[in-house]
Write a protein that binds this ligand. Structure first.
Ligand SMILES: *Cc1c(COP(=O)(O)O)cnc(C)c1O
Length: 416
């Protein structure tokens, strides 16, 4: 009997159902992952009880000697992992990491150059409905219609014309490698600060599967829960010269007490990422993505930019009648979880969209490899070719469940 089961059967049931959903379905949302049992345990630990405003050795409350150990370990491990001069492990999320960097480096009304949301940027890179678009003047850049790669001629041109205070790179729905060297050249030419948001690709970066932005950027932000496979949270890295302003922008600027249980879980995840297995794991994520991309194409689907260099891909549905939203719903019925996504030059609304974003971090974490990617490509191809055939979708859902049973997420937890 669990404590939640005894004290709160409604929440217990929601948790059990969510576990079953994760265990028996295919999680292809590119920003999701499955953490280790050690990360889960640290995140559910007594450290949640502790207030620790401030930083290790400089706290506003007593009794911080043990949470100081946890935060110092998280900091040291993150520095080693990324080769960063300074890190702050306290951001509650990727969005708060970005907010703290902006408010440390910019004044309201300052101009930033950032990726267009519909070309793969993030809400916090200047969407008008987000704080970033309300506080700052945002000049969007995008991909070229020729090859769907970042249009550096446009980036350079916009930088020269608009003289931004900061250039932001790093994206949420961009299937190709990012050339940080060119961004740095452009930033230097116009005297702008450079920030990379590697929320999606942080795991690939630490494993050497994607170039590192650290040598080129003033600031690097990331989430800890996507390819990095840690607890839900954020992380800031910066050059030594920016550290005071960044730290005070997180606390007291943006946040109160840090989530010490999550910081401990980040430390556990960083230790895992420093281990030998992590590199092979990230390599497998990339191999799986490339194989899944090929399988989708063999099943008649077309991909933005013709494939992927990283952990994600975007199915391009502009040519047909099937929308991104409908595709997401069809795949839900087959127990395959994805998200609809705008594609560059999309004519449909952001609620409907002409794209479907897929990623391989979560299925790779549960041990699936290239053979399974071929099977998944087949499931998706069959489902999207017959979107209104409920019998077929139920059949595929059965096959998905059989595949998932062979790759339990938490083998020690028993059967879902
Ligand atoms: C996911 C993501 C974020 C935001 O992370 P949250 O933890 O959801 O706030 C920021 N930037 C990029 C590029 C992302 O993909």
């Amino acid at each position: 009997m669990s404590f939640v089961e005894e004290n709160d059967p409604e929440i217990f049931e929601a948790i059990q159902n969510e576990w079953r959903r994760q265990e028996l379905g295919l999680e292809l949302i590119a920003s999701e992952n499955v953490v280790s049992e050690a990360v889960l345990e640290a995140a559910g630990s007594v450290l949640t009880n502790k207030y620790a405003e401030g930083y290790p050795g400089r706290r506003y409350y007593g009794g911080c000697e043990f949470v100081d150990v946890a935060e110092s370990l998280a900091i040291e491990r993150a520095k080693k992992l990324f080769g960063a001069e300074h890190v702050n492990v306290q951001p509650h999320s990727g969005s708060q990491a970005n907010m703290a960097v902006y408010f440390s480096a910019l004044a309201p009304g300052d101009r930033i150059l950032a990726m267009n949301l519909s070309h793969g940027g993030h809400l916090t890179h200047g969407s008008p409905v987000n704080f970033s678009g309300k506080f700052f003047e945002v000049i969007p850049y995008g991909v070229s219609e020729r090859d769907y790669r970042i249009d550096f001629d446009q980036v350079r041109d916009l930088a020269r014309k608009n003289d931004p205070k900061m250039i932001v790179c790093g994206h949420s729905a961009y299937p190709r490698s990012i050339n940080f060297t060119v961004f740095k050249e452009i930033a230097d030419e116009v005297g702008a600060l450079l920030m990379a948001d590697i929320a999606h690709i942080a795991g690939l970066v630490v494993a050497g599967e994607h170039p590192s932005p650290i040598p080129h950027c003033d600031y690097v932000t990331t989430t800890t829960h996507k390819t990095l496979r840690g607890p839900r949270g954020g992380l800031i890295m910066c050059k030594e010269e920016h550290k005071k302003k960044v730290d005070s922008s997180i606390f007291p600027g943006n946040q109160g007490g840090p989530l010490m249980h999550i910081i401990a879980a980040k430390a556990v995840a960083f230790r895992e990422a420093l281990g030998d297995d992590f590199k092979a794991y990230q390599q497998q994520i990339v191999k799986n993505a490339s194989r899944l991309a090929g399988a989708l194409q063999e099943n008649g689907l077309s991909l933005i930019s013709g494939g992927t260099d990283n952990h994600l891909m975007l199915v391009d549905l502009r040519a047909g009648e099937l929308t991104g939203r409908k595709s997401q719903q069809v795949l839900d019925a087959a127990r395959i979880t994805t998200n609809c996504n705008t594609v560059p030059f999309d004519k449909r609304s952001p609620f409907v969209t002409s794209g479907l974003r897929l990623g391989t971090p979560a299925v790779t974490s549960r041990g699936m490899g290239e053979v399974e990617m071929d099977a998944i490509g087949g499931f998706i191809g069959r489902a999207l070719a017959a979107p209104d055939n409920e019998g077929l979708l139920a059949e595929i859902a059965e096959e998905v469940t059989m595949l998932c049973r062979r790759f339990p997420i938490y083998p020690n937890k028993g059967k879902a």
